[in-house]
Design a protein around this ligand. Structure first.
Ligand code: PGA
Length: 246
């Protein structure tokens, strides 16, 4: 049983419409009934749902985040894009940056660094995703890859107090596979070693569900979980939170 403060972040990816928001009522009830509230829930829906979600969650402890943004901090002629201050304006308090699905479609560490800096300027808190591919893991390059993602992604970011790190092995996302506890402990310890003692919170993400949470929660240096698929069902998401503390 864990006693520490934990983060549970729902990454809805490109799922959900206006009706989906009703499913949050159960999560709101659950959050309110949990008087001790030793956890923070953050929902990161698609941009289209940020405003309605933040309205619905107004007066609750649940917060809303975005999933990505354009790197330009100002308005501009970038068809189809939104920047971090626009996301803040409609209710986002957090933003996921560096997600591997965006890295796979061409985002570089350098671009992610620009996005992080623009989002900090806009007053958003960053959920900064890092992780190795299966090939990199097999070639024992995990630490090297993570170090580069951290060093370039956070280059000249002086104040890291608004950064939360999410370690998400690429091979684990959506695959049903999770790292074994030994590897996970070693990797999260390595990530911690890249920061000073009061470094960022470190979450784990990748195929987290209400079954494997019992195994994952044992790693007590993890500060919470970034949940994709399983966060689309409020029941599964609540189960993950409950089981983390049982
Ligand atoms: P998953 O996604 O839980 O569906 O593996 C996690 C993520 O991509 O953040």
């Amino acid at each position: 049983m864990t006693n520490k403060y934990m983060y549970f972040i729902a990454n809805w990816k490109m799922f959900g419409d206006l009706r989906t928001i009703n499913t949050l009522d159960n999560v709101v009830k659950f959050s309110k009934s949990n008087k001790k509230n030793k956890f923070k829930i953050i929902y990161c829906p698609p941009n289209t749902l940020i405003r309605p979600l933040s309205k619905r969650l107004n007066k609750t402890k649940i917060e809303v985040g975005a999933q990505n943004c354009h790197e330009n901090e100002n308005y501009g002629a970038f068809t189809g894009s939104v920047n971090s201050k626009m996301l803040k304006n409609v209710g986002a308090k957090y933003i996921i940056l560096g997600h591997s699905e965006n890295r796979q479609s061409g985002e570089t560490d350098r671009l992610i660094n620009l996005k992080i800096k623009s989002a900090i300027k806009a007053g958003l808190k960053i959920i900064f995703c890092i992780g190795e591919t299966l090939a990199e893991k097999r070639n024992k390059k995990t630490n090297q890859v993570l170090a580069k993602q951290i060093n370039t992604g956070l280059k000249s970011v002086k104040n890291k107090s608004n950064i939360i790190l999410a370690y998400e092995p690429v091979w684990s996302i959506g695959s049903g596979l999770i790292p074994n506890n030994n590897d996970l402990l070693k990797t999260v310890s390595f990530i911690k070693s890249k920061f000073t003692k009061k470094g960022p919170k470190i979450l784990y993400g990748g195929s987290v569900n209400s079954k494997n949470i019992s195994q994952l929660k044992v790693i007590n240096i993890i500060d919470g979980f970034l949940v994709g698929g399983a966060s689309q069902s409020s029941k599964n998401f609540i189960d993950i939170i409950k089981k983390t503390f049982n």
